[in-house]
Design a protein around this ligand. Structure first.
Ligand SMILES: Nc1ncnc2c1ncn2[C@@H]1O[C@H](COP(=O)(O)OP(=O)(O)OP(=O)(O)O)[C@@H](O)[C@H]1O
Ligand SMILES: [Mg+2]
Length: 561
């Protein structure tokens, strides 16, 4: 079916092959104001049918014998809006109600009007005009339908677009939701960690206070026991008793040292430490402590920068870690001690920067989540009663914090444990020796006059006795002002030994005043505390509490010798 633009002028087609029928029909239609075209036969008609055809006028004789299939196919193939009208001129019998053949035409052609001969020209005029009007309506419907379809199409497009936007937005919301959930989880984790650290902090404060008092008591106990051993006449049974008491007191002293370490109150002397040398120097001790079932491997690359740390305390920490590893490998295994340099971003336990790491790993039993979480709590131990104090890791943790580093533990049941001790890199990073030069084995026996200051009566008494026992003359003072008035009296004094933590005037304040009175007076600071101000101008030699007579003698010798 040929297409024509909608609204273009409609014309009629005529198929009336007999006699002058077609010429007559054409002229009658022209009188009604309708253009028309005459078709020679059925094939020409089918070829001419298109949108611009208003209706088809047929005579019955033209269709009676013709093959109607192409015409019917053409009718069936019309678009939805089109129902091409036919005007069938019948010879007799009229419309379908009286003519059964006409009923067949109705069925075959669909939209048919019947016009029976003979007819008056006006009948054809009015029928033709009415049919043309109907056809024009179809064209109007076509425009409406097309508009509707276009609208539908646009609606469909908008729907698709909307759906796409909804999907995009849903995906964005889902993403935002996931991020929110993740950040909530992260915040909860951080808060949990903070709560844990705060708990440790408050336990630390409590422990530190108790340990500090204990330390003073033990200083007195040890001092007096030492003197007792010298003064009581030699007798195997009393010697044994005194020896037992001293061992007990020393065990107590090492316990309080660990407590002070945990509470970050031990007195530290951070210096550049060559960690590789330190580990190598402990090789023998570590192998002996871990036993022959544990294979020890060292990974100590040369040329690493020095750590800013207290070598003695780090040695103690390493020994503790190695013993923990040994205990986790009762059947044997491998203990690896490695050193490297690592970098961290901003972290909760560590400032951003580069650190020297001491890494102690074992192939032992490992820890479950709960144990790992609690491992650094003081007194937390899974070992049998009497086997572990549960202070090893808490001490290392405290030490690490005090050195501005960190202790990090990684462990899984059955997969061993890895402990990392992060230590700040020393300024200038000069590689230093691991162990301090050993103090003189034997102090020279020179007799001097000492001014000894401690606010604790027991310590004052016992230390003075220890010093006197070494042959020195001791002037005792109970406070800073006390000591200053002794100095003002102009007595000859070779050495001032003062406690740090004293009410009213600290040991450092006293030292400053004392230097003003006597610029060249050697001063020794006795302390169980590390809370000395970091920028203390007077870099004083220190004596860690509790001390024994040998340490007193060594310090005096190294200051005055
Ligand atoms: N290398 C390790 N492998 C498996 N578990 C470990 C390891 N290190 C520590 N732990 C666990 O952490 C707990 C606490 O360790 P910590 O060193 O503080 O105390 P402890 O070893 O029990 O006692 P102490 O060190 O005072 O003798 C241990 O009891 C153990 O359960
Ligand atoms: Mg331990």
């Amino acid at each position: 079916m040929s297409q024509g633009p909608p609204g273009s002028r409609l014309r009629a087609l005529i198929l009336a092959p007999r006699g002058r029928d077609s010429a007559l029909a054409q002229s009658l239609l022209s009188q009604a104001g309708i253009d028309s075209g005459v078709c020679r036969d059925m094939a020409a008609l089918v070829g001419a049918i298109g949108d611009n055809v208003g209706f088809v006028l047929l005579t019955e004789d033209a269709v009676r014998t013709a093959d109607l299939r192409p015409l019917m196919a053409c009718i069936a193939g019309q678009p939805a809006w089109s129902d091409l009208p036919f005007v069938l001129v019948t010879d007799h019998g009229g419309g379908p109600e009286r003519n059964p053949i006409a009923a067949r035409w109705l069925e075959a052609l669909g939209n048919v009007s019947f016009l029976e001969r003979p007819f008056h020209p006006t009948t054809l005029h009015s029928l033709a005009r009415a049919t043309m009007k109907g056809r024009r309506r179809q064209h109007e419907t076509r425009v409406l339908l097309e508009n509707l379809r276009e609208g539908e199409l646009r609606l469909q497009q908008m729907n698709d677009q909307l759906e796409r936007r909804v999907q995009e937005r849903t995906a964005q919301l889902q993403h935002a939701h996931d991020e929110l959930i993740a950040s909530i989880a992260e915040r909860e984790r951080a808060q949990e960690q903070l709560r844990h650290l705060q708990k440790l902090e408050s336990i630390g404060q409590l422990t530190g206070g108790v340990a500090h008092d204990f330390n003073n008591l033990l200083t007195a106990v040890l001092g007096n026991l030492e003197l007792l051993r010298k003064r009581v006449p030699a007798n195997p049974s009393t010697d044994r008793l005194i020896e037992g008491a001293m061992q007990g007191a020393q065990r107590g002293a090492s316990l309080t040292q660990r407590l002070l370490a945990f509470a970050r109150r031990q007195s530290l002397e951070p210096r550049p430490v060559n960690m590789a040398d330190l580990v190598r120097g402990m090789d023998d001790l570590l192998r002996r402590s871990t036993g022959h079932t544990v294979q020890m491997e060292l990974d100590l690359p040369p040329g690493l920068p020095a750590a800013q740390a207290d070598a003695n305390q780090i040695e103690l920490a390493l020994l503790n870690l190695a013993v923990n590893a040994r205990d986790a490998m009762p059947e044997g295994g491998t203990l690896t001690i490695a050193i490297d340099v690592a970098t961290t971003g901003e972290a909760q336990d560590l400032a951003k920067g580069r650190y020297v790491r001491l890494i102690v790993s074992d192939t032992g039993a490992g820890m479950d989540g709960d144990t790992l979480q609690r491992a650094i709590e003081p007194f937390f131990s899974t070992k049998e009663v009497g086997k572990g104090t549960g202070l090893g890791l808490s001490m290392i943790h405290g030490l690490a914090l005090q050195l501005k580093g960190a202790l990090r533990l990684f462990s899984e049941p059955g997969h061993g444990t890895r402990a990392e001790l992060w230590l700040p890199i020393a300024d200038g990073s000069a590689v230093a020796t691991s162990v301090e030069a050993a103090a003189a084995e034997q102090a020279p026996r020179r007799h001097i006059t000492l001014l000894f200051v401690d606010d604790d009566y027991l310590i004052n008494l016992s230390t003075a006795s220890l010093l006197e026992d070494l042959g020195h003359t001791v002037i005792k003072a109970m406070s800073g002002p006390d000591a200053l008035s002794v100095l003002q009296q102009g007595k000859s004094i070779d050495l001032l030994i003062t406690d740090y933590a004293m009410p009213g005037m600290t040991g450092l304040e006293l030292a400053e005043e004392a230097r003003r009175l006597r610029p060249h007076l050697p001063i020794l600071l006795a302390t169980g505390y590390a809370d000395l101000p970091a920028n203390a101008e007077l870099e004083l030699p220190r004596l860690s509490k509790p001390y024994q007579q040998r340490q007193l003698a060594e310090q005096i010798a190294s200051l005055l010798g």
